[in-house]
Design a protein around this ligand. Structure first.
Ligand SMILES: Cc1cc2nc3c(=O)[nH]c(=O)nc-3n(C[C@H](O)[C@H](O)[C@H](O)COP(=O)(O)OP(=O)(O)OC[C@H]3O[C@@H](n4cnc5c(N)ncnc54)[C@H](O)[C@@H]3O)c2cc1C
Length: 538
C-alpha cells in the first residue's frame, strides 16, 4: 500500500539534489526530497562555482543572495597557483584572477562559496517555492513499472518506513549512489587513482598569505601533493592531500588509510613551509580521486544527476558545477512532460545530452590532475587540455531535442568567445534593453520556449502567438533590433546568434538553442509548428 504520491522523488539533498529541487519548484513541479543527513553540508567541499552555474542561479532568482554570502566567505576573484609551500614564491599561475578574460561572456562572474554557505540558500529558496524536504530520511529501495516508481523511505529518527509512489525519481545521492546500484547501472572511465583526505585546520596564516589574494593554492612539495583553500580571515582553511612521498622515495596514494592527528599536523606544517606555526586539526574527511561516469544516466523513470552520474578529481572545480548543469537540463524536461506540454520522449534526451558532456568534463578534470598534481598517471590516452571557459560555457548538447544544422562537425564544445547561436549550445550573453531597462538577453529565458528573430524577422514573431496557442506551448517571441521589443543598440544580435537579419532562433527553457534558421520567413507558421512539434516529441 502506498503512503504517499508525488510527481517526483528527489533522493539526496546536498548540492545537486537541492539545485534540482529549486529548479523543479521554480518550474511548478511538486516533489519530495529526502536526505539521509539531518541538515545541509557540514563540510565546505566545492567552492569554485562557474559562470554557467551562476547563470542558472540567476535564472532561479538567487544570484544576489549567493554573491552576498560568497563575499562573506572569501575575497573573490583571486589567483589559482602552485607553490612548493605557502612560504615559497608562486611557481605557476593557473589563473592570476579567477575571472580574467571571461568578464564579458556572462552577466555573472565565477565565484567562491562553500557548500556550507550555498546549500542553505538553495534549500530556503526551494522551500519558499513550495518544495518539501525531509531530512534524516533515507531511501531504502525502489521498484519501477511502466507507470511509476515505488520507493521505500525510512525516517532515521522514528525508525519508521513509508512507501512513496512517484512518476519519476531523480537520484542525486552522490558517488556511492544506492539508486545507481539498485538500477544495475555500471560505470566507464578510469576508476579511482588516489584515496585522499581533506584536513580542516586552524592556524594563523595571515603573515604567510600577506596581501596575496589566493583562491586555490596547489602544493607541489617533494613530500606531498595537495591543495589549500583559506578562510577570508586567514586563520583557518583546509589542505586536501592527494599523495605523500617518504624521504626514501616511497609514494603513498592511499593517504586516507593512515591519518591520525599528528600526521595531519605534520602535513599541514610541511605544506605551509613553516614548523613554528601552531596548527589545530578540526576534522578530516576522506574521499577518492576518481574519474568515471555512469554508463547510463537514465533507467526508464529514474535519472542520475551529479556525483551519482559522474565523479572527477577536484582539479578544475568541475564536479559540482557539472551536477548543477545536470539538474538544470532535467528539471524543465520533467516539468514539460508532467505538465503535458511535451511527450515522454523528451526525457530520453537527458542521457543523450548530458553523458557526453559529463564524460568530456571528467576527462578534462583528469588531464588537469595529471598536469597539475600527478604526472606519473597514464598520459597516452589523455585528452588535450581545453580552455576552462569552453568547458564551462561551450558544451554542445546533441539529441532529438536539438535540431542540428546541415553540417555537423562532431564538436563537443565550442569557444564561447566566438559568435554563438549554434543549436545545442548555450545562447550567448548580449546586453539588450527590455521595457527601458538594460539587461542580459539570458534573462528572457527560463520560462517556456523563446523565439528571437533578427531585425527583419518580424513575421517569425507574428507567427509565434498563433502557433503557441494551437499547441498550448509557452512561447514568447522578440524581434531583437535597434527598434525591436528587445532593443539591441549595438545591432550585434544577427552575428552573435548567427541568424542574419531575417532569421530566428528558438531557445529552450534551459537557455540552450534548440533551432536556428538564417532564412527569411516563407511559411513561418508552418515552420514553427513543425519545429516545436519535433522539439516537444508530439
Ligand atoms: C576537496 C574537494 C573539493 C571540491 N571542489 C569543488 C569545486 O571547487 N567546484 C566543484 O564544482 N566541485 C568541487 N568538488 C566536487 C563536489 O563537491 C561534488 O561534485 C558535489 O558535492 C556533488 O554533489 P552531489 O549533490 O551530487 O553529491 P553529494 O554532495 O555526495 O550529496 C549526496 C547526498 O545524498 C545523500 N544520500 C546518499 N544516499 C542517500 C539515500 N539512500 N537516501 C537519502 N539521502 C542519501 C547524502 O547524504 C548526500 O547528502 C570538490 C570535491 C572535493 C572532495
Amino acid at each position: 500500500m502506498t503512503d504517499r504520491q508525488v510527481p517526483v522523488l528527489v533522493v539526496g539533498g546536498s548540492l545537486v539534489g537541492l539545485s534540482a529541487s529549486l529548479l523543479l519548484a521554480s518550474a511548478g513541479v511538486p516533489h519530495l526530497l529526502v536526505e539521509r543527513h539531518r541538515g545541509t553540508a557540514v563540510h565546505p567541499r566545492a567552492a569554485s562555482f562557474h559562470q554557467r552555474t551562476m547563470e542558472i542561479f540567476r535564472g532561479a532568482g538567487i544570484q544576489d543572495a549567493v554573491e552576498a554570502a560568497a563575499e562573506r566567505e572569501f575575497e573573490q576573484n583571486g589567483a589559482i597557483v602552485s607553490v612548493e609551500s605557502l612560504a615559497a614564491e608562486e611557481a605557476t599561475f593557473f589563473f592570476r584572477h579567477f575571472n580574467e578574460g571571461v568578464e564579458h561572456l556572462s552577466p555573472t562572474a565565477r565565484l567562491f562559496i562553500t557548500q556550507i554557505g550555498l546549500e542553505p540558500l538553495l534549500r530556503r529558496a526551494a522551500e519558499e517555492r513550495g518544495a518539501e524536504h525531509r531530512y534524516a530520511t533515507e531511501l531504502v529501495g525502489f521498484e519501477q513499472d511502466d507507470d511509476g516508481v515505488t520507493s521505500v523511505i525510512r525516517s532515521r529518527d522514528r525508525d519508521t518506513e513509508e512507501t512513496v509512489r512517484s512518476d519519476y525519481l531523480v537520484a542525486a545521492d552522490g558517488a556511492h549512489s544506492k539508486v545507481r546500484d539498485l538500477a544495475g547501472i555500471g560505470s566507464s572511465g578510469r576508476g579511482t587513482f588516489a584515496e585522499c583526505v581533506t584536513i580542516y585546520f586552524r592556524a594563523d596564516m595571515r603573515a604567510l598569505i600577506g596581501d596575496r589574494n589566493l583562491s586555490v593554492v596547489y602544493v607541489n612539495h617533494p613530500e606531498l601533493l595537495g591543495f589549500f583553500r583559506f578562510s577570508i580571515t586567514g586563520d583557518s582553511g583546509f589542505l586536501a592531500v592527494f599523495s605523500t612521498t617518504e624521504p626514501d622515495g616511497t609514494r603513498d596514494t592511499h593517504v586516507a588509510a593512515d591519518m591520525d592527528t599528528a600526521r595531519c599536523e605534520a602535513l599541514v606544517r610541511k605544506a605551509l613551509g613553516r614548523t613554528d606555526i601552531a596548527v589545530e586539526i578540526d576534522n578530516v574527511q576522506r574521499w577518492s580521486a576518481a574519474a568515471s561516469w555512469a554508463s547510463r544516466f537514465q533507467d526508464r523513470r529514474v535519472f542520475l544527476a551529479g556525483d551519482a552520474a559522474h565523479v572527477m578529481p577536484p582539479t578544475g572545480g568541475f564536479g559540482g558545477n557539472t551536477g548543477v548543469a545536470d539538474a538544470h537540463n532535467l528539471a524543465w524536461k520533467l516539468a514539460m512532460v508532467l505538465h503535458g506540454t511535451a511527450g515522454a520522449g523528451l526525457l530520453d534526451t537527458y542521457d543523450a545530452e548530458r553523458r557526453p558532456v559529463a564524460s568530456l568534463t571528467v576527462e578534462q578534470a583528469y588531464t588537469r590532475y595529471v598536469l597539475r598534481v600527478d604526472p606519473t598517471l597514464p598520459k597516452d590516452d589523455m585528452a588535450a587540455p581545453l580552455d576552462d571557459a569552453s568547458i564551462e560555457l561551450g558544451p554542445v548538447h546533441r539529441s532529438a531535442a536539438v535540431l542540428e544544422e546541415g553540417s555537423v562537425d562532431g564538436a563537443l564544445v565550442v569557444d564561447p568567445r566566438d559568435p554563438g547561436g549554434r543549436p545545442g549550445t548555450r545562447a550567448p550573453h548580449l546586453t539588450v534593453e527590455s521595457e527601458g531597462v538594460s539587461t542580459s538577453i539570458l534573462d528572457v529565458f527560463g520560462g517556456g520556449f523563446v523565439l528571437l528573430a533578427g531585425p527583419r524577422g518580424q513575421a517569425w514573431c507574428d507567427a509565434a502567438g498563433p502557433v503557441a496557442a494551437d499547441l498550448a506551448v509557452p512561447l514568447v517571441a522578440h524581434r531583437v533590433a535597434a527598434d525591436g521589443s528587445l532593443v539591441d543598440r549595438g545591432q550585434s544580435f544577427p552575428e552573435a546568434f548567427g541568424t542574419g537579419d531575417e532569421g530566428a532562433v528558438i531557445v529552450r527553457p534551459d537557455g540552450i538553442v534548440a533551432w536556428r534558421t538564417t532564412a527569411a520567413p516563407g511559411n513561418p507558421r508552418g515552420d514553427l509548428d513543425q519545429t516545436l512539434r519535433r522539439l516537444l516529441f508530439r
